[in-house]
Design a binder for this molecule. Structure first.
Ligand code: OOG
Ligand code: NI
Length: 433
């Protein structure tokens, strides 16, 4: 056995620590977690929704200022077994950020601990005013996203191929500080207001010393019920649930949130302007996931999103599979007698599925949706800022900052589907007695 703690355990520990910290920092988030837990417990008794720790956090998000910050984050999250998957161009939605999602990339790792982090890099190149550009340059030089202790453990993990239990604990103690809210801005109120006016996302990142976690997101079994409950409890719920409507066969990702609350901030007082102020950035979100769609399925989903009519997507697992709209994995029925080699044709496979020897199961969507993400971003902006919709995404620049290419989510789903099939035929079948 390895002397190192498995990455999934570090990842789970990290998610648990973030959760405790965020509940202390944003008490309304604690209310949301309790609400989710009540719904999940009631549903677990009544349905097939099961699994340990139902409502554990499934994702969080941060926003970064500089390319160096992104590559440091990549290295830190690599120690936790989280890797960048897909490029999200939010410029298309008029937001000055581009993003990726760090997540475990194989089925077993996801099963053990599914925590992901949506990480955005603000597009400082989008700032028009030269004076503001200079301020931003000065402020970002003062930021520090990783403590020297955290960096030492990252280097050690990279050199030895992992961390022992004790090293892992010490690393997480140091790493968590990266995500802590500090109510002290780096900037004066004047510069904060100027950046807020340029775009609120710029102020949220550049005016603060580190990338405060801006939300966490537990999974809820019934997101429609949770949305209503948020409203009943007086949480400032966003108006609509993002993603596909409620469906008999759930697909992709549905998410909603309570809007960011005002938190007190002390600004620097260099220019005689009152240093007390507020900042709104941090919120609470909930999610509910369904099946991953293939490229063809995503195209259909995007067309439905544009038309508002989702009836074109079959509400039947078998149709979604046969039309190759959703990804499936396969398992053998108990006691099924499968041939020694994989079937050569898809007809032969269909026969094994039809006679019940092989059972297809939808693969859960593990990623994000750019239109939904833009909706979540937007619901938390006090003002919309100037939206330069002419801006294009720049995946090459993002990947250069990251220090590696992002993985393609579609390739990961395809691989999981194919591997599950191969596994069915890889072992000798139990002999009939
Ligand atoms: C990230 C918003 C995107 C999601 O769930 O789609 C996101 C942010 O506000 O920084 O987390
Ligand atoms: Ni989110």
């Amino acid at each position: 056995m390895s002397e190192f703690t498995p990455p999934w355990r570090l990842r789970q520990n990290f998610a648990d620590r973030l959760s405790l910290m965020y509940r202390e920092e944003v008490p309304a988030y604690g209310t949301l977690v309790d609400l989710v837990e009540n719904i999940n417990i009631a549903d677990a008794e009544a349905s097939t929704f099961s699994g340990a720790r139902l409502g554990q956090e499934r994702h969080g998000a941060i926003r970064l200022a500089l390319p160096e910050e992104l590559s440091l984050l990549r290295r830190a999250l690599g120690v936790l077994g989280m890797f960048p998957v897909d490029y999200y161009d939010l410029a298309a939605a008029g937001l000055p950020v581009h993003s990726t999602a760090f997540r475990p990339i194989n089925g077993d790792a996801i099963e053990r601990s599914p925590f992901r982090l949506f990480v955005s890099l603000v597009r400082l190149d989008q700032i028009a005013s030269p004076a503001l550009k200079d301020e931003v340059e000065r402020l970002t030089r003062e930021r520090s996203v990783m403590s020297p202790v955290a960096l030492r453990y990252i280097e050690r993990a990279e050199a030895q191929g992992g961390l022992t239990d004790a090293e892992g604990e010490a690393f997480l103690d140091a790493l968590i500080e990266t995500f802590r809210w500090r109510g002290e801005a780096l900037s004066t109120k004047r510069v904060y207001d100027a950046l807020l006016n340029e775009h609120p996302l710029l102020a949220d990142v550049v005016c603060f010393p580190n990338p405060h976690i801006n939300h966490l997101t537990p999974r809820v079994s019934d997101i429609d019920a949770a949305q209503q409950k948020m409203i009943d409890l007086g949480l400032p719920a966003k108006a609509v649930i993002e993603g596909p409507p409620r469906r008999k066969c759930p697909i992709l990702l549905r998410q909603t949130a309570f809007r960011a609350l005002e938190e007190s901030v002390t600004f620097r007082n260099l220019d005689g302007v009152d240093a007390a102020g507020v900042h709104t950035a941090r919120f609470g979100e909930i999610e509910s996931r369904g099946a991953a769609l293939t490229c063809a399925g995503m195209d259909l989903y995007n067309a439905c999103l544009a038309s508002g009519d989702f009836d074109a997507i079959p509400a039947d697992w078998n149709a979604l599979r046969i039309k190759k709209l959703a990804w499936f994995k396969y398992r053998a029925a108990p006691g099924a007698c499968l041939p020694a080699a994989p079937p050569e044709s898809s007809d032969a496979l269909e026969k094994l599925i039809a006679d019940g020897s092989i059972i297809p199961e939808p693969i859960t969507y593990e990623d994000f949706l750019p239109v939904s993400a833009a909706g979540i971003f937007r619901s938390n902006l006090r003002s919309q800022g100037s939206t330069n919709t002419g801006t294009k995404g720049n995946q090459a620049a993002f990947e250069e900052a990251l220090g590696c290419p992002v993985s393609q989510a579609q390739a990961l789903y395809e691989q999981e589907s194919r591997a599950s099939l191969q596994q069915l035929f890889a072992h000798e079948q139990p002999k009939e007695l």
